[in-house]
Design a protein around this ligand. Structure first.
Ligand SMILES: [Zn+2]
Ligand SMILES: [Zn+2]
Ligand SMILES: [Zn+2]
Length: 436
């Protein structure tokens, strides 16, 4: 099949000096094997595949997205700034029109990092996709963004950050949370009161193969994208759905990932998880890069690829078809559900226990959002961690309405430090970050 070639940017950052521990699955070899394979296959000899050096993110880029407790430098390393910087470089090259699309092959990953950060969870400290998206909005104006998280784990951090944002559609497709970390990502998690339907979760049963993933893509994800009409499509390209991944139980292949990327056609892909360092990552990444560049990927195959051993059962096929229909119906009913959820309430609250498995920290959080028809609504967060830190944060959304802005500023001014170690104001619209 002859396809239109596209200019594709690649950014590599294997983070040599950062690892949770020397034998941890999230380690630098993850990207070194991929880099070797990309050179060996001669991908950088194609005129339309161009490598760029990653930039370095700064504290302002992180404070636009997260409330780091007590501050950014306490929860990140230089590697996190370059990993996020690599994603930002990918975005810049696309936004400036230097390339048609770009793939940031960087680590450490980010999609389990939530809005408030007391430490690391699921190998993540800060959310590199969200940092990239808010950077784009700051420098290139408001954008409707869709994030498609194809990592095998639920993208719970990204979901948390955009829970109340009607202009960011977060779709996560992952192994069912009853069988895998972080144990969330069910249909009923559907977005906050002002952004219902802008969070969509598609849990799949263990041992789902290419067929199931592509069915969901064609019957749920692409139709919803057609209706949402994003300016930008971002792929959180986790590769731990691969059949050889040691910490998950799915049956996705390099061909499957390439086909998915080709049909989804993201502007920017950002690497997330993927721990089958030699058997999967090099092939999956080469497949994705060829698909993004509009080149032939039909020959990309793992050496041990055997379609018979990884085929999904008929039972799984029926389950996936039923689930696709259910989720698409739910999406169609989002306005009706909003009326039911809100009623006459002025504020909607949710309580969240959050566990930082990587750092062993427990947090209790209460999030309150102002019901608003004109913007994402003012959000306040009261968060206490067993580190002894209790904080309060006020978040003014991008494109906020005057009533929400006034309310947010008033709450920040009137909240004292008697109960809290720190009180924060994150003004996403005016790009102001204050701490007292
Ligand atoms: Zn996911
Ligand atoms: Zn993962
Ligand atoms: Zn408002």
């Amino acid at each position: 099949m002859l396809k239109k070639e596209r200019k594709t940017g690649l950014i590599f950052f294997p983070a040599f000096d950062w690892a949770i521990s020397p034998t941890h699955p999230e380690r630098e070899e993850r990207l070194l094997y991929t880099q070797d394979q990309v050179f060996e296959e001669g991908l950088l000899d194609f005129d339309n595949i161009i490598e760029f050096k990653p930039g370095v993110a700064v504290d302002d880029d992180i404070n636009r997205v997260h409330i780091c407790v007590p501050d950014t430098r306490s929860v990140i390393t230089e590697s996190h700034l370059i990993s996020a910087g690599g994603a930002i470089t990918a975005a810049e090259k696309v936004m400036k029109g230097e390339v048609d699309n770009a793939f940031a092959l960087v680590r450490p990953p980010g999609h389990h990092a939530m809005l408030v950060v007391h430490g690391a969870r699921g190998f993540c400290n800060v959310n590199i996709e969200a940092i990239m998206i808010e950077y784009i909005r700051k420098h290139y104006g408001p954008q409707r963004v869709a994030i498609i998280d194809t990592d095998c784990h639920h993208g719970d951090g990204t979901q948390d950050i955009y829970w109340n944002d009607p202009n960011t559609l977060c779709i996560s497709i992952h192994q069912d949370g009853t069988t895998l970390y972080p144990g969330t990502g069910f249909h009923r998690e559907f977005g906050g009161p002002n952004a219902l339907g802008a969070t969509i979760n598609i849990p799949l049963p263990p041992r789902t193969s290419d067929e199931g993933f592509l069915y969901i893509l064609d019957h749920v994800i692409l139709p919803i994208l057609d209706e949402f009409k994003p300016d930008l499509v971002i792929n959180s390209a986790g590769q731990d759905n691969h059949y050889s991944d040691p910490i998950t139980d799915m049956r996705f292949t390099a061909q499957g990932y390439a086909l998915l990327n080709d049909r989804l056609s993201p502007h920017i892909a950002v690497l997330e998880g993927g721990y089958s360092i030699e058997k999967a990552l090099p092939y999956v990444n080469v497949g994705i890069i060829l698909a993004m560049a509009g080149l032939d990927y039909s020959n990309v195959r793992e050496p041990d690829y055997d379609p018979l051993t990884i085929r999904q059962s008929d039972e799984i096929s029926r389950y996936v078809e039923k689930e696709a229909a259910e989720i698409y119906t739910l999406w169609g009913k989002r306005d009706l559900m909003r009326e039911k959820l809100i009623g006459n309430a002025e504020y909607v609250r949710r309580k969240k226990p959050i566990y930082y498995d990587t750092d062993g920290i427990s947090e209790q959080q209460e999030e309150t959002v102002r019901v608003c028809n004109d913007c994402g609504g003012i959000v306040t967060i009261d968060s206490a961690a067993d580190t002894g830190n209790r904080i309060f944060a006020v978040i003014i959304p991008g494109q906020s309405c005057p009533a929400c802005r006034a309310k947010g500023e008033e709450i920040y001014t009137s909240t004292g430090k008697d109960k809290y170690n720190y009180v924060y104001l994150q003004d996403r619209e005016r790009d102001i970050f204050l701490v007292k």
